[in-house]
Design a protein around this ligand. Structure first.
Ligand code: KIV
Length: 287
């Protein structure tokens, strides 16, 4: 019998962090590191450093220059989700369910989520909403589809919310959002993204729910943190208050493009090492 491991995609998948391993971080207190990713190469670069790669519907603004996440389709999420799965081998890949693909009810949500998992190889989906989504989350979870919840600021509801302001100010909003988080956790979500809420609410949710919370504009005491990768890399001049750029890639790309353009215009690029020469035999036969 050969002792060499056969190339087997199942063995590779088994090396990924699993949904139960992420859920167990609630009690182990090891912080969950999550970033968004939309392409295979970015997934490859982030994989070793992240526990979860989220194929967020924020690809609307980040990749496609759209004003909101509303125009994103299931096919777009599938194309980018499959790319991120191909580019990674360790992180759990979670894919956002786009607007209009799940809100009608549990059956519509199951059909959409099944496509997302079947056609990408990802292991879980994320959907936005609170109390009103509990039935759907439970329906999916009991049928083999792990669900990450998303409460607080829910960008797919921008037209109802009237903008992207932080949530949880005032007793009524605070307790409604607390109820949302509890309902999502009780329905079986394995983790919950808590976006743009006041710190005391993020802390109460984290203490009150049985699954890990992953904060974005929330609290350092959440069980994990997530940022949009392009925000983290400093690709945009204007960002939300909660973004900390860990690099200034926009500036570095601008400098590289300037330098490339100058080299082309001055005919300093390509250099001798970048061009092909005829092989000796070819030269002989062409004489
Ligand atoms: O779409 C997205 O990138 C997200 C994160 C901001 C959590 O939902």
């Amino acid at each position: 019998m050969s002792t060499q491991a056969a190339p087997n995609p199942v063995a590779l998948a088994a090396r990924r962090l699993s949904v139960p391993a992420i859920a167990a971080r609630k009690s182990s207190h090891e912080p969950i590191v999550m970033l968004t990713a939309y392409t295979a190469r970015m997934a490859e670069l982030l994989d070793a450093h992240c526990d979860i790669l989220l194929v967020g519907d924020s690809l609307a603004q980040v990749v496609y220059g759209l004003p909101t996440t509303l125009p994103v389709s299931l096919d777009m999420m599938i194309a980018h989700g499959a790319a991120v799965v191909r580019g990674s081998s360790r992180a759990l890949v979670v894919i956002d369910m786009p607007f209009g693909s799940y809100e009608e009810g549990p059956r519509q949500a199951f059909r959409s989520a099944a496509r997302l998992l079947r056609e990408t190889g990802a292991a879980a989906v994320k959907l936005e909403g609170g109390v009103e989504m509990a039935e759907t989350i439970s329906f999916l979870q009991r049928r083999g589809i792990p669900v990450m919840g998303h409460v607080g600021l829910t960008p797919q509801r921008v037209n109802v919310l009237g903008g992207y302001r932080a949530r949880g100010q005032g007793n009524a909003e605070f307790s409604a959002l607390m109820d949302d988080a509890l309902a999502v956790a009780d329905a079986g979500a394995f983790a919950i993204v808590v976006e743009a809420v006041i710190e005391t609410l993020a802390d109460s949710i984290t203490q009150g729910v049985k699954c890990p919370t992953i904060g974005i504009g929330a609290s350092v005491r959440c069980d994990g943190q997530v940022l949009v990768v392009d925000d983290m890399l400093g690709m945009f001049e204007r960002t939300a208050k909660f973004v900390k750029p860990f690099d200034n890639l926009a500036e570095r790309i601008t400098r590289a493009a300037e330098s490339y353009a100058a080299s082309v215009r001055s005919r300093q690029f390509p250099e001798i090492s970048h061009v092909y020469q005829a092989a000796a035999a070819d030269r002989a036969s062409s004489n």
